[in-house]
Design a protein around this ligand. Structure first.
Ligand code: LLP
Length: 421
């Protein structure tokens, strides 16, 4: 459920007409709904209510500081994967004790900044990383709390580019080697084992792969405890999928996911951490775009938009589906036409949808891409020298620009012509 609904034939973001924002800020623009963000965070929080837990929003999905402030004020923790993300979480006011640091490529400098600023735990992905962290923490005279990310070798049954839990993926340490790695961790200065971490992939629409992975983590918890390690926390990762196509069967709900977690690991008495990104942010965002031209091709009509793959790359990168709806609702029973919906970038990959059935639209009409809150703005680039598009946050009848559109001068001024030219 989200808060982008038609009222009297006009698409609204909560209590604000989308067309009003577009007229004021221009298009393309991302629009986020506070109520939807909070609702989805709350669903996870409630789903784990029977266990000590922390829901850590995976901010890679949507990293605007204003959005982080909304979730942080609601009590969310944050999962970060770079020191840039760490500093954004801090800028949003999230305390270090609610920030977990994931990622395979943490540098010593990143470790130092997080240790100095305060951190709940590092999710360590390899032995070399563990040794580096031990050195950095020891040099600072502090102890770094760690969970080791294990790779359970489970098929997440999702798009290959976003599956992470198979042995051929670069993530985590093979679960079969975990006992040896934990033994090594116990012997290293400057680090303290607090738990186990696992994350098998994103946009999972079935609970079974999670269940298999969590079952393996439960068995490992018992084995590690028998070896004398303190396993107090289980970080079970993110990955629960969302319904991108309203016509498709709905994926499991956070409630079902929470129940399965309780079944698989509830008996261990651990504090549960999860790292959802997409389910919190995905349906909390729209990307709104204007139709520049409608072009009749041979046997197909092209809707040419003022947004492009640089603004929302998911269709080009993962063949992802996003519902595209007119901002002015079509009359009931209006005929549908097939359009190829494209951006203006000079490659054919810049296609949002092929043969998409939509009510007839015309140049200067606005359309909204649904489910664009997660992995939308964060993956945008300036390809073709198109400045990053603005972001707007709505809360009830209030709205504000939370990232403004840079001017062309600002974009160009970042380049430096060397003095020999
Ligand atoms: N935790 C870790 C360690 C992750 O790598 C990820 C996502 C998450 C949590 C959050 O997963 P979520 O709940 O959002 O599924 N750009 C791709 C998605 C990449 C996901 C990467 N890792 C897309 O647009 O589909």
């Amino acid at each position: 459920m989200d808060h982008f609904l038609y009222r009297n034939g006009q698409l609204f973001a909560e209590d604000v007409p989308v067309a009003e924002i577009a007229a004021s800020v221009g298009t393309p623009v991302y629009i986020y709904s506070t109520a939807t963000l909070l609702r989805h965070f709350g669903l996870f929080d409630q789903a784990l209510a029977g266990m000590p837990h922390l829901v850590c929003f995976a901010m890679k999905s949507l990293s605007n500081v204003a959005v982080l402030r909304v979730l942080g004020q609601a009590g969310a923790g944050i999962d970060v994967v770079s020191v840039g993300e760490y500093l954004r979480a801090k800028a949003a006011g999230v305390p270090g004790e609610r920030i977990v640091f994931s990622g395979v490529a943490k540098t010593r400098e990143e470790m130092r900044i997080a240790l100095e600023g305060g951190i709940r735990q590092f999710n360590v992905e390899s032995e070399p990383e563990m040794e580096a962290l031990s050195e950095v923490a020891s040099a600072l005279g502090v102890v770094a709390p760690i969970a080791v990310r294990v790779n359970p070798d489970v098929d997440a049954k999702t798009h290959a580019k976003i599956a992470t839990g198979k042995s051929e993926n670069k993530f985590g340490i093979p679960i079969a080697k975990a006992r040896g790695v934990y033994a090594r961790a116990a012997a290293l200065p400057g680090i303290r084992v607090v738990g186990i971490d696992v994350h098998i992939g994103s946009q999972l629409t079935d609970l079974e792969p999670f269940r298999l992975a969590y079952r393996k983590v439960a068995a490992l918890t018992e084995a590690l405890r028998a070896d004398g390690h303190q396993i107090e926390r289980l970080d079970l990762g993110g990955g629960l999928g969302i319904p991108y196509e309203r016509s498709n069967a709905a994926p499991p709900l956070p409630e079902d996911y929470g129940r399965m977690i309780a079944e698989e690991v509830g008996h261990l008495g651990c504090e549960i951490e999860i790292e959802p990104g997409r389910l919190i942010a995905g349906n909390a965002g729209l990307m709104v775009s204007e139709i520049i031209y409608v072009k009749e091709g041979e046997g197909r009509d092209f809707l040419i938009l003022d947004s492009a793959m640089n603004d929302l790359v998911r269709p080009a990168m993962y063949d992802a589906h996003h519902d595209i709806v007119p901002v002015v609702e079509a009359a009931p029973g209006a005929e549908q036409r097939a359009y190829d919906v494209v951006g203006g970038i000079c490659e054919t990959g810049d296609t949002f949808a092929r043969g998409r059935m939509m009510p007839p639209v015309k140049a200067a009409d606005l359309v909204a891409f649904r489910s664009a809150g997660a992995y939308g703005a964060v993956m945008a680039s300036e390809y073709n020298s198109r400045p990053l598009i603005p972001e707007v946050l709505v809360d009830g009848d209030k709205w504000a620009v939370i990232r403004r559109r840079p001017s062309y001068d600002e974009m160009i001024a970042r380049d430096i012509i060397p003095d020999w030219l």
